[in-house]
Design a protein around this ligand. Structure first.
Ligand SMILES: C[S@@+](CC[C@H](N)C(=O)[O-])C[C@H]1O[C@@H](n2cnc3c(N)ncnc32)[C@H](O)[C@@H]1O
Length: 273
């Protein structure tokens, strides 16, 4: 897929998903979010950059760790995600963080460098994930830490058929290279190629539990990367993709509920001094 088209699909797709993302995903992904924060070991007074920040879960957690003497900048390609993150920060009275709409692959010009760079579950959506890792590393001070996470191997993500199921109903692929960074040592290579040292990666198995078929479908179709395509489907196509998806996750049905396995890879690296 043309990279510009992919960015547009992401930008407007996540604009669609924003109202459903927190309800359906934040608590289910919390084990991975927590692990990113633990790895980042954010200290009071530090400056933190969170790219592909979404509704700001990492940025807001970082803001409470850096305190009033530190600062957090969150960026995302979706204007509505940025608005949602701003609203959360303002509702929490966080004066030490700000959010801007920006493509993570493009060089940023903040005029400051950061001690910590984060990217939680964003790199898979970008046409050039390696470039985004390098762009993040460039924003960090010497000895600055980068911590990123991506979905892992396709065969360890029980929901993975969602992409071919939706792609069969649209003319172009929604996320053509979604699992590329989760394969083998791809993430490690991306961090190495960005010039980082002390690079480490770890795989974290998680379980996405849904109490009903409706909840499992709403999470995937309303709150995630296929939300834009789904929004344009007519009622018959919606029913067809929901039925196909439920068939694909049938092995993970537990009575009325679903327990769908997933894998997340957390990557870490330090900017050489
Ligand atoms: C699954 S959400 C993750 C949000 C957040 N980091 C979290 O952990 O909840 C993925 C985010 O990546 C953003 N995104 C996709 N492509 C992007 C790009 N090229 N530059 C910046 N953000 C991008 C989307 O808009 C979306 O908000």
């Amino acid at each position: 897929m043309d990279a510009r088209l992919q960015r547009r699909v992401q930008r407007y797709g996540w604009d669609r998903a924003v109202g459903h993302y927190e309800e359906h995903w934040l608590h289910r992904l919390w084990p991975a979010t927590e692990q990113v924060l633990e790895r980042a070991a954010i200290a009071p007074g530090e400056r933190v950059l969170d790219v592909a920040c979404g509704t700001g879960v990492l940025a807001v957690a970082a803001a409470s760790r850096v305190g009033r003497s530190g600062m957090v900048v969150g960026t995302d390609i979706s204007a509505k995600m940025v608005e949602a993150a701003r609203a959360t920060a303002s509702a929490l009275g966080l004066a030490n963080c700000r959010f801007e709409r920006s493509d993570a692959e493009q060089p940023l010009e903040f005029g400051i460098k950061f001690q910590v760079g984060l990217c939680g579950l964003g790199l898979m959506y970008m046409p050039d994930s390696e470039r985004a890792i390098a762009a993040l590393a460039e924003q960090l001070v010497p000895n600055g830490r980068a911590v990123v996470s991506v979905w892992g191997r396709r065969d360890r993500c029980g929901w993975a058929d969602i992409f071919p199921i939706v792609d069969a109903h649209v003319e172009s692929e929604v996320c053509p290279l979604f699992f590329r960074m989760g394969m083998g040592d791809s993430l490690r290579h991306g961090l190495d190629a960005a010039g980082l040292k002390d690079v480490a990666t770890e795989r974290l198995p998680i379980t996405l539990r849904y109490e009903s078929a409706g909840e499992a479908c709403d999470a995937i179709f309303l709150g995630g990367p296929v939300a834009l395509a789904y929004a344009h489907f007519d009622a018959a196509s919606r029913a067809a993709v929901r039925a196909d998806y439920l068939r694909s996750v049938e092995p993970f049905r537990r009575g009325e509920a679903y327990e769908i396995p997933g894998e997340i890879v957390i990557g870490y690296g330090v900017v050489p001094a």
